[in-house]
Design a protein around this ligand. Structure first.
Ligand code: PDD
Length: 284
């Protein structure tokens, strides 16, 4: 069971987690009207902090929440210190909701957003050693998956089905094309070419996804930002997931199809996992 953090940063104040309170009229609670970010601190630095904060900023703009994310860069170190996590690896969670107002669907104006952050100690493995079994289902979320919204009911329902069936992830299939998973991006490999869904409104453009695309360029691995159809899953050579805490996780099985008999990991997946580890070790 995951543990609660000891401190919470809430609207500029650092509080003991059990005394952090928000209104029941907060639109994050009533509507899931907010944006969030998760980033990993590795060896004393946040992994691609700027890219995460840029995405937070862009998502807030997409839903017209007025909040200056630049203030977070000086508040995050304060939170780390108060949480006694300056030296340790951890995960940082940031959430910005539209704020507190009487319940109306349309956006209320001139209300301050509710901003909350916490850190939990977490050391990610050098290389994610899971060789995941995953399932597929018809996409049943919305058409703005590019927005990192706190309205994650579709994602959590999908992940719950996967977990009930002892799988790591659920892949979404929209108009026959595999898009992404409930909390990860999806990649395939065929004839040494890497395939991943284009960064449009049907997926979240993961920061790990972007890092992996950069590694492919460094390693001269050809990439096609094209969706793969569900029918072509068995024709692919390798498949893997990416995400902040998942890093790069090999996929062994999708529905009834097995990529590997035992616990081997595909050549391109392995190469990218090693390059990703190199990046973490040598600085980023
Ligand atoms: N999940 N797609 C979805 C739907 C996600 O929720 C995530 C991240 C990703 C990968 O994005 P990134 O590489 O930037 O972490 C793709 C986070 C970690 C979460 O919900 O906890």
């Amino acid at each position: 069971m995951a543990e609660y953090p000891n401190k919470v940063w809430l609207n500029g104040e650092i509080l003991d987690a059990e005394s952090a309170r928000i209104s029941v009229f907060d639109r994050g609670f009533l509507f899931g009207d907010g944006i969030y970010e998760v980033m990993a601190r590795i060896r004393g630095r946040f992994f691609y902090e700027e890219a995460h904060l840029k995405r937070l900023d862009e998502c807030l703009q997409k839903i017209k929440i007025d909040f200056d994310t630049r203030m977070l860069t000086k508040e995050i170190p304060r939170l780390l210190k108060a949480s006694d996590i300056v030296e340790n690896d951890c995960l940082l969670y940031i959430q910005v909701s539209r704020g507190v107002a009487p319940r109306t669907h349309a956006f209320p104006h001139d209300i301050p957003p509710t901003v909350m952050m916490y850190v939990t100690p977490k050391t990610l493995p050098d290389i994610n050693s899971i060789n995941a079994s995953v399932l597929t289902m018809e996409e049943f979320r919305w058409s703005r998956c590019d927005i990192k919204t706190t309205s994650l009911l579709g994602n959590v329902m999908a992940n719950e089905i996967a977990v009930q069936r002892e799988c790591y992830e659920m892949l979404f299939v929209r108009n026959d094309i595999v898009t992404e998973a409930s909390h990860c991006n999806m990649f395939f490999v065929k004839d040494n070419i890497v395939y991943t869904h284009p960064a449009n409104e049907y997926i979240l453009d993961g920061i790990t996804r972007q890092v992996v695309l950069g590694l492919c360029a460094d390693l001269d691995i050809v990439v096609r930002e094209e969706g793969v159809s569900k029918q072509r899953i068995p024709q692919m050579d390798e498949a893997f997931l990416t995400g902040t805490s998942t890093q790069i996780a090999s996929i062994k099985q999708i529905d009834q199809h097995f990529y590997y008999k035992g616990d081997e990991i595909g050549k391109v997946t392995k190469k990218l996992q090693n390059a990703f580890l190199g990046l973490k070790k040598t600085g980023f």
